[in-house]
Design a protein around this ligand. Structure first.
Ligand code: NOJ
Length: 748
């Protein structure tokens, strides 16, 4: 660091440094012991001592709060074989390959294997595990005639029975042991669930779907309309095609069918009853309804059972992608956050593919998303996963991998790390995509630099609220330098990454760090040095060595006024339990949702549990107040009542051009709260035919058991609106699902 040459400035810096040290000591001795500690059995301190590891105290860890720590993504079949007796379960018809030659068959990993490795995962600083779909997949090998030979649902995305555990992976008892062991080690479990489809429609089981071994439907004999019978999607920009055609030949569930709705919700409810903390929803772009539609009703039913983290896979490229606006609307309304594909692409471009602008791209995507997403810190970031080439396949450079990991662990959002990344696992066959991005885990070494880096940054996310809850400020970026700050209240983390092979000089910056001297949190293991901060947070120009990752952090004492860091759901309804985590919640605090007081049932300095009162649906700001000091507002969507799906059709529309869209608008929050603006009204309604088709339909998430008034409207390119001038009414079911059909301009 460049130093001031004046003696008095040195003295000031010295005094400030001592003051800062004192504050840190006070935090260490007085504040931290009040917080919860990670069970000591879960840590592997000896191997990972590049940052403080003993008696590390954690921010609140209630089930819906996935922001602290990070999520470790595991493909169960490829992780660890803890029970060789289930490799060839009864009924297995050649689905297992013990030689690991056929990459599309089962290789032996299972629930017991993952359970055995819980200490390894907890020791890495993870706070949650995302497991591949554990439900029973197709029981016959599928041969697509593509030269790949027989294939199995080893990955979990070809469900045959969503109510049973795949016998290659274990039993419900094994599942329960996994959940209990994980919880004991301070880890949450997130289950991957494919609600969009069952299994391939044109061979093998022909999409057949079972409940506890009893067949309910099949694609090739479907009298009760469990499936959409349509070709595979070719136009990935058409909403109808995305939702009602098949994804890669998989039998596409008709979620608008009440029997399908009940089947899928029942299977998810079973997982919740087995204690899981979150769901990763597969292929959310392909299920019906904008603003979440059917999935919003699923999220609402899950959150009614407690606080959980829900995240969906919506594949998109960047904010210019045609489906990006719909993805934003989904994340802001459905109760389900998104896997952040635009950030994945930007990190991949910057660090794995060597784009010309480096992390400048990451920063610009982040700044755009911060404007678009209501809950930026809830979206999930990753550097690779089971559907794309592993980072080291794209660029076999550990320094670059470490830089990407440091960034993904510290920018706004919940980090996800794909299994084996910490062991530098990769297989580059045919470009390393699916299935070669799913090798068997071969080592569990707790001394690799990547493991240590994750351990430290996971621990920091668990302890300094600036990372899980804080805002983001860019300090400096160019092609190889990326310096930014995260801040929550007075707690601050500054990150500096140099991804070039030579030392660079970072220009002077203004930070929120109190004046003082800060040691690199990674103890220089990644070439970071000590940072001196002057009065007012001034950081003088400093040198950053080649491939350096430096982390400087400050944890403030409990703030005088309350601050909300997270609410364990983004969608709720009256009667639901809300868990609000943050700082400075003294007993006697009040919790307001807009102007509505919520009854508090539990209150610690960092966490409040309350019940959502009877109140109208809408978008609200939550505040915690005490002694006339109130926190800034934290956004929350309150649904009017428990949600039910309903498919609405309108016939007899005037002739429309491709640019004209039909929306629904009504007084209730679920229909836009009286607004006709297309950003608030519900739509666009869709059609399987040409734009001139006089009919449109839509699956909408609505409050149960209510009679509602609404109208249709036509929105022109440029925003002009043709009001229908007619009011319709609909009565929603008290449970289950239904349909209703109307004619444009005809009262009913
Ligand atoms: C996305 C999953 O991540 C991918 O692995 C799967 O093949 C498809 N959805 C279909 O389920």
């Amino acid at each position: 660091m460049a130093q001031s040459s004046s003696n008095s400035r040195r003295l000031t810096l010295f005094v400030s440094a001592v003051a800062a040290m004192l504050v840190l000591v006070i935090i260490g001795v007085v504040i931290i012991p009040r917080l919860r500690t990670r069970p000591s059995s879960a840590t592997t301190t000896a191997d990972t001592a590049i940052c403080p590891t003993t008696n590390v105290t954690r921010l609140p860890q209630d089930s819906g709060n996935f922001k602290t720590g990070f999520i470790y993504q595991v493909m169960l079949d490829r992780f660890f074989n803890g029970d060789p007796t289930n490799d060839n379960p009864p009924g297995d018809q050649g689905l297992n390959d013990p030689t690991h030659q056929n990459w599309k068959l089962y290789w032996g990993g299972d629930l017991k294997g993952l359970t055995e490795k819980i200490p390894y995962i907890a020791g890495m600083g993870a706070s949650a595990i995302w497991i591949s779909p554990p439900v029973e997949n197709v029981t016959k090998p599928l041969d697509f005639g593509d030269g790949n030979g027989p294939q199995a649902g080893y990955h979990g995305y070809w469900a045959q029975d969503d109510y049973q555990i795949d016998p290659h992976l274990g039993t419900w008892a094994d599942f329960d042991t996994l959940v209990a062991t994980a919880h004991q080690a301070g880890l949450k479990i997130m289950v991957d669930f494919a609600a969009n489809h069952s299994n391939p429609s044109d061979l093998g089981q022909f999409g057949a779907i079972y409940k506890n071994g009893v067949q309910l439907a099949a694609y090739n004999n479907d009298p009760n309309n469990w499936f959409h019978h349509a070709p595979s999607i070719t136009n990935f920009n058409d909403q109808y095609d995305l939702e009602y055609q098949s994804l890669e030949g998989l039998a596409d569930f008709a979620q608008e069918n009440p029997a399908v709705d009940a089947y899928l919700k029942g299977a998810i409810a079973q997982f919740m009853a087995h204690g899981v903390d979150g769901i990763r929803f597969d292929a959310v772009k392909h299920m019906p309804g904008p603003t979440g539609g059917w999935l919003r009703t699923v999220a609402d039913s899950i959150e009614a059972t407690g606080s959980h983290y829900l995240v969906g896979e919506w594949q998109t490229t960047d904010p210019t992608d045609l489906t990006y606006p719909a993805s934003v609307r989904f994340a802001n309304n459905s109760g389900i956050s998104l896997l952040n594909f635009p950030i994945y692409n930007a990190i991949d471009d910057a660090y794995a593919r060597g784009n010309l602008i480096g992390p400048v791209e990451i920063n610009s995507v982040l700044q755009q998303e911060e404007q678009d997403f209501t809950w930026m810190n809830d979206q999930a970031n990753f550097i690779d996963n089971h559907d794309v080439a592993r980072f080291l396949t794209a660029r076999n450079d550990k320094n670059a991998l470490h830089a990407a990991l440091a960034v993904v662990m510290t920018i706004p959002g919940i980090p996800i790390v794909y299994y084996g990344t910490e062991q530098y696992l990769h297989n580059d066959t045919q470009g390393g995509g699916d299935p070669y991005n799913r090798p068997m885990m071969t080592s569990f070494d707790t001394t690799t630099p990547a493991y240590k880096l994750l351990h430290c940054l996971g621990t920091l996310r668990d302890t300094n609220p600036a990372l899980p809850y804080g805002n983001y400020t860019l300090l400096h970026v160019n092609r190889s330098q990326y310096v930014y700050q995260r801040q929550f209240g007075q707690s601050v983390v500054v990150v500096a990454v140099n991804s070039s092979d030579s030392a660079v000089t970072v220009p002077a910056e203004q930070s929120a760090l109190p004046a003082g001297t800060y040691k690199d949190y990674l103890s220089g293991a990644f070439h970071g040095g000590t940072l001196t901060v002057g009065n007012g947070g001034a950081i003088a120009s400093f040198s950053l060595p080649a491939n350096a990752i430096a982390i400087w952090q400050y944890q403030a004492q409990t703030p005088a006024s309350p601050l909300i860091g997270t609410i364990g759901t983004t969608l709720t309804h009256p009667g639901d339990t809300l868990v609000v985590d943050g700082q400075g919640f003294a007993s006697g605090a009040t919790l307001m949702i807009g102007q509505h007081a919520a009854a508090i049932t539990a209150n610690t300095a960092q966490s409040i549990t309350a019940t959502v009162p009877t109140m109208p649906g809408g978008d609200y700001q939550v505040t915690v107040c005490q002694a006339s000091q109130c926190s800034p507002g934290y956004p929350l969507v309150v649904a009017s009542a428990p949600q039910v799906p309903m498919t609405i059709t309108v016939n007899g529309l005037p002739t429309l051009t491709p640019e004209e869209q039909v929306y629904m608008t009504g007084a209730v929050a679920e229909l836009g709260g009286g607004s006709t603006a297309p950003t608030a009204a519900i739509g666009p309604m869709i059609t399987s035919g040409q734009a001139s088709n006089p009919s449109r339909f839509l699956l909408v998430s609505l409050p149960a058991c209510q009679t509602l008034s609404f109208s249709f409207e036509i929105v022109h390119l440029g925003g002009a609106i043709d009001a229908e001038g007619t009011t319709h009414t609909l009565t929603t079911p008290c449970s289950g699902e239904t349909t209703a059909t109307y004619n444009w301009g005809v009262p009913k």
